[in-house]
Design a protein around this ligand. Structure first.
Ligand code: BTN
Length: 326
């Protein structure tokens, strides 16, 4: 009922009478009054006039389905939304939903994650209300070898969305750390379930530090937020909608293999790992070389100091000669 009332208030864009709302919903005026109190407690600013009814003045920075739907520009991505105030991890929830048959395009959003997952078994700090903790369920008809490309395009989508909404100029540290001023502002964790020949589902988990004002000591030199870089508090629902828009666009292009090279070329414009001296920390060894290009499947080609060219599928690749995180 709360979502329905909110929608009516948002659509009215002016006063709407308590009578009109109660008739639309088929409930009493007292029930409507209670919903209005709940909305105020959640941070919605409402004006009420005995003669004219209720008017929505402003909405809090929340990423509830009701708020996200006011911004969505997609055909299917984000049309199904699972939202929770607190989750252990949106990726965990998305995988559970996908295993139960959730439709492609379903997304999971939380205001806070208690056990946010990062790449390589790391934790992802996900404090309440300051970031975007989002997972999207995709069901592409592809072999597992193509999944890394989806991860790259997810990174590209976030870059485009950040540019459009905040005017900043992000770059990508291969495979998909999004960087602003040498620090990480967004990380992406892609998980999949499938067989050798075909996958059942992919969960793309995107974590963006949006309005974070300070980080824990261990992250101070490595992490940043959009607020810290732009000096402007961002409206998270606008960013979520823009990320979903670009993600859907790139995902649709990705379904056509003929478009892969074009997408990779676009990705390379943002990727700072190519053309740099790098340190590769793989599972077996650590070595130095130079990032030279990407393969058609999105792997990084690194020329060792010995001249041999290695294909890097996973692992940590840092850029040499830079201080701190990169
Ligand atoms: C990284 O280590 O760079 C990847 C971080 C990914 C974090 C996001 S937040 C939303 C989603 N849910 C998770 O538990 N992790 C991802």
């Amino acid at each position: 009922m709360k979502g329905h009332v909110l929608r009516l208030l948002q659509q009215a864009n002016d006063y709407i009478s308590g009578e009109a709302i109660s008739q639309d919903l088929g409930v009493s005026r007292t029930a409507i009054w209670k919903v209005m109190q709940q909305l105020k407690e959640e941070g919605y600013q409402l004006e009420s006039s005995p003669r004219k009814g209720y008017r929505l003045l402003s909405s809090p920075d929340r990423i509830t389905p009701e708020e996200i739907r006011t911004q969505l520009k997609t055909s299917y991505l984000g049309h199904e939304i699972q939202y929770e105030e607190v989750l252990d991890s949106t990726n965990q929830r998305a995988k559970a939903l996908a295993a139960k048959g959730a439709v492609e395009g379903t997304i999971v959003l939380a205001e806070q994650q208690e056990r946010g997952k990062g790449r390589m078994g790391r934790q992802w700090e996900s404090p309440k209300g300051t970031g975007i903790w989002l997972s999207a369920i995709l069901r592409p008809l592809i072999p597992p070898t193509q999944v890394p490309l989806i991860t790259l395009f997810a990174g590209l989508s976030v870059c485009k969305a950040l540019e459009v909404v905040t005017g900043c100029t992000p770059s990508i540290k291969w495979p998909n750390d999004i960087i602003l001023q040498g620090k990480k502002v967004c990380g992406i964790l892609t998980e999949m379930n499938g067989e050798m020949e075909r996958i059942h589902y992919v969960v793309v988990g995107i974590g963006v530090n949006v309005n974070t004002t300070e980080f824990i000591k261990e992250l101070e030199d490595r992490a940043t937020s959009l607020y810290l870089e732009t000096g402007v508090l961002q409206v998270r629902k606008v960013l979520v909608a823009e990320i979903l828009y670009f993600l859907e666009q790139y995902y649709e292009s990705f379904k056509n293999p003929k478009k892969h090279q074009e997408l990779l070329n676009e990705y390379k414009k943002y990727c700072i790992t190519i053309g740099q001296d790098v340190k590769v920390m793989g599972l077996q060894e650590t070595f130095f070389g130079r990032g030279i290009d990407l393969t058609a499947e999105g792997e990084l080609l690194v020329r060792r100091e010995t001249g041999i060219i290695e294909t890097i599928r996973s692992g940590e690749v840092s850029i040499r000669g830079t201080k701190g995180y990169l």
